[in-house]
Design a protein around this ligand. Structure first.
Ligand code: ADP
Length: 352
């Protein structure tokens, strides 16, 4: 609640080649047209089941209509005057209930078909907790939800078992997809070292019988539905950002779990959000952090770094007569987010 209050107060193939459009805009410095643009959508959580509620029965979940909302997002991206170069899907593409109904693959195919009916649309997928309710980590790595190959560079991936990679759609700009469940009990075999380490971390902070039930104030994030970033991934991110600093690139980080306490409910943060924030703080290139998971959405601009932390509103808790997607236009000195439905319009000036 405290965090929500603070947050409200603070609420103040994509072509890797430089296209003729991008080049002429960069050369004449005109800012009327964006350098490039991209779409954003989060927490679609599609399932072919009747509407329901979240765990605390406070928010309705529209499992079937999430597909129609995705369809409208795709239409708005494909009808835009300047078409997005790519789309960021911020995780939880299908709901965990699919598993129970033996419908995981069918639901995924259905959603991907809805994304894919516009063939030129390049989608970068992030993995959320609901991906792991439906699929093992190894099967996700073999699935269409592994979009590492879109980077076009095998060296752009963190490592084989961590789903993190970076790509540069246009010179001067870079996006880093992060794996917020790299340290988690989700997606890890019960007898693996990774599972045991993650479980022991939860148990250090959470003494509830049900480990999905959040512990006391300040530790709410230590539940089984969250996770964190390993030292290996943080070291890799350091090296990606050091190189981006050297090249004076503008970097956007993408993760299912948010990392800024003023951008989301405390229950939704990555376990070691503070370590990720420390990495951001030690570099000048990061301009924005985009996440999903908290279906109410959120935003803050970090006071120290000027980095914008956006948590996108979740499609799953958006009524059928509304929408939850965005189009972001990127200029030399800022990004302009045009929200649809319950996603607010925002301008993200880049830190100097
Ligand atoms: N407060 C809670 N106490 C116990 N279990 C919970 C609680 N909140 C969520 N869960 C369980 O954790 C899992 C993930 O919750 P869910 O709300 O579906 O996640 P998401 O916000 O990612 O959609 C579900 O199995 C849900 O029943």
């Amino acid at each position: 609640m405290f965090f929500r209050l603070c947050r409200d107060i603070f609420n103040v193939s994509a072509s890797r080649r430089l296209t003729q459009k991008h080049r002429s805009i960069m050369e004449d410095g005109a800012q009327t047209q964006p350098l490039f643009s991209f779409g954003v959508i989060a927490d679609i959580q599609y399932a072919d089941i009747d509407d329901g509620y979240n765990y605390s029965q406070t928010s309705k979940r529209y499992y079937r209509s999430s597909l129609q909302l995705l369809g409208r997002a795709r239409e708005s991206w494909s009808e835009a005057a300047v078409k997005p170069d790519f789309v960021l899907q911020l995780g939880d593409i299908v709901d965990g209930f699919n598993k129970r109904h033996g419908a995981s693959q069918r639901a995924l195919d259905t959603v991907l078909r809805e994304f894919g009916s516009s063939p030129e649309l390049e989608v970068h997928h992030v993995w959320g907790n609901h991906e792991f309710y439906n699929f093992s980590r190894s099967s996700l790595l073999l699935s269409k939800l592994n979009t590492r190959p879109l980077s076009g560079d095998p060296a752009a991936a963190c490592c084989s078992d961590i789903y993190a990679y970076h790509f540069s759609p246009v010179p001067g700009f870079r996006f880093v997809v992060l794996d917020a469940y790299d340290v988690s009990v989700l997606g890890r075999e019960k007898d693996s070292e990774e599972y045991k380490r993650a479980m022991s971390l939860i148990l250090q902070h959470n003494d509830n019988e049900d480990l999905n039930c959040p512990p006391a104030y300040g530790k709410q994030r230590f539940t089984m539905f969250n996770g964190g970033f390993s030292t290996k991934q943080l070291d890799w991110l350091q090296s990606v950002l050091t190189s981006a600093d050297d090249k004076r690139e503008r970097v956007t980080l993408i993760s299912h779990l948010p990392v800024h306490p003023f951008s989301a409910d405390a229950m939704c943060l990555a376990w070691n959000f503070d370590e990720l924030l420390a990495v951001i703080r030690s570099h000048s290139c990061v301009v924005c952090f985009m996440a999903g998971h908290d279906h109410d959405g959120g935003y803050c601009r970090d006071e120290d770094t000027g980095v914008h932390h956006l948590t996108m509103e979740g499609v799953i808790e958006t009524p059928p007569n509304s929408d939850a997607h965005a189009m972001v236009s990127v200029y030399k000195d800022r990004m302009v987010l045009k929200g649809s439905g319950r996603v607010e319009d925002r301008v993200f000036p880049f830190p100097q």
